[in-house]
Design a protein around this ligand. Structure first.
Ligand SMILES: *Cc1c(COP(=O)(O)O)cnc(C)c1O
Length: 386
């Protein structure tokens, strides 16, 4: 069966040019970038070329780009690295209730270490009010961490405004931009962020490679000790193939982003219009300030999980809220934070498109999904109650 993949927010296939770039780096070009001989320097060139490409994608300087193992590590590093390096200034961190687990979990760890963390609420669109951030800042605040766009509902946060507030207060600002980099324009100076996380496999690069942007002059601890790689901030022999793959993905993103945004916005809006026709459904997330590739709906009286499994039988791969919560029947913390009742949160489905999604695929989903929802509703004990 031909599959229709509508889970690009979970991960993307690598671009064919990325695969082409990576392949020879496992065997033909294999030197250790730290070696001073020609074999090493050949590898070094690939690493530095990639650093330049990623820097250009977010308008940073190459010296401000640090390669990590992905978004999770970048998030962990920024929080723990800033927290422990700035203990003399304070121990307070501000974040939101809708961050990825890669932010929430390290923050829970820091709380156990004695740090104080404020989790700010969001409105029903999943948007944080910059004013609440301003009010939450105390003389002990050292870091604000707010995601650029949400991985479940696609809401894009007012980071630029938050950046101004952070600067005025002299507080570091980190943003988890894993869902945004490579998909929407990102300029670290316009946003006014000091740290930014990104991950290659979310924009057609390889898995297991990411970047932490650290603005020059930022006081942060290294994350992995043991060698001089990444200026001794992130030790370990560089994953040269993955790094080069991420660089290639960044280069492609710069070239193709505008067209992709146009195409995906068209498909997204078509899908939203089509799904809105189903009774007792609601769009989750912001109607306008949302990622071009994100559609998230709740279908009352049915479990998102059941819809997901039924679509899977029809060859359609989608997610229930978040890939990370797919193994637990707990409702998504993001949807709950937006004020959805647990049963509506559990009735949610996330459909995320990408570079290779076609209009015919969207049409097929718009034909199948109402059938699945209606069939499930006809047998659902939840809907009989209404
Ligand atoms: C995917 C994702 C991460 C984790 O990135 P990995 O590279 O998979 O570790 C972090 N934050 C957000 C918002 C994500 O979507």
């Amino acid at each position: 069966m031909k599959r229709i993949y509508l889970d690009y927010a979970a991960t993307t296939p690598a671009h064919p040019d990325v695969v082409k770039t990576i392949t020879p780096l496992f065997s033909d070009v294999f030197g250790n970038p730290s070696s001073i001989h020609a074999c090493g320097q050949e590898s070094r060139n690939f690493v530095e070329e990639a650093r330049k490409n990623v820097a250009e994608l977010i308008n940073a300087r190459p010296e401000e780009i640090y390669f990590t193992s992905g978004g999770t590590e970048s998030d962990n590093w920024s929080l723990q690295g800033i927290a422990f390096a700035n203990l003399s200034r304070g121990n307070h961190i501000i974040t939101t209730t809708i961050e990825h687990h890669a932010i929430h979990e390290p923050l829970h760890f820091l709380q156990k270490q004695g740090f104080s963390v404020t989790f700010l609420p969001v409105d029903r669109f999943g948007m944080v009010d910059p004013d609440t951030i301003k009010k939450a800042i105390t003389p002990k605040t050292v870091l604000i961490s707010v995601m650029h766009s949400n991985n479940e509902v696609g809401t894009i946060q007012p980071i630029e405004e938050i950046g101004k507030i952070a600067r005025e207060a002299g507080v570091y600002l980190h943003t988890d931009a894993v869902q945004s980099v490579g998909h929407v324009p990102i300029d670290i100076n316009r946003l006014g962020v000091d740290l930014l996380s990104s991950s290659a496999h979310k924009f057609y690069g390889p898995k297991g490679i990411g970047v932490l942007f650290i603005r020059q002059g930022t006081k942060i601890n290294p994350f992995i000790y043991g060698g001089a790689q990444e200026k001794s901030y992130r030790a370990g022999t560089e994953n040269v193939p993955a790094i080069a793959g991420m660089g290639k993905a960044a280069e492609i993103a710069l070239k193709e982003m505008d067209d992709e945004i146009r195409q995906l916005t068209f498909l997204r809006d078509k899908m939203i219009k089509g799904l809105e026709k189903i009774e007792h459904t609601r769009l989750n997330g912001h109607p306008v300030k949302r990622l071009p590739n994100n559609v998230n709906f709740s279908f009352e009286f049915v479990e998102g999980e059941s819809i997901c499994l039924n679509l899977d039988l029809a060859g359609i791969c989608v997610a229930t809220g978040s890939a990370c919560s797919s193994e637990s029947m707990e409702a998504s913390h993001v949807l709950l934070a937006m004020g959805l009742p647990p049963e509506i949160a559990r009735a949610s489905l996330r459909l995320t498109t990408g570079k290779w999604t076609t209009e015919a695929e969207v049409d097929f989903v718009l034909e199948q999904l109402p059938k699945v929802v209606n069939r499930l509703r006809s047998i659902s004990p939840l809907s009989r109650k209404k």
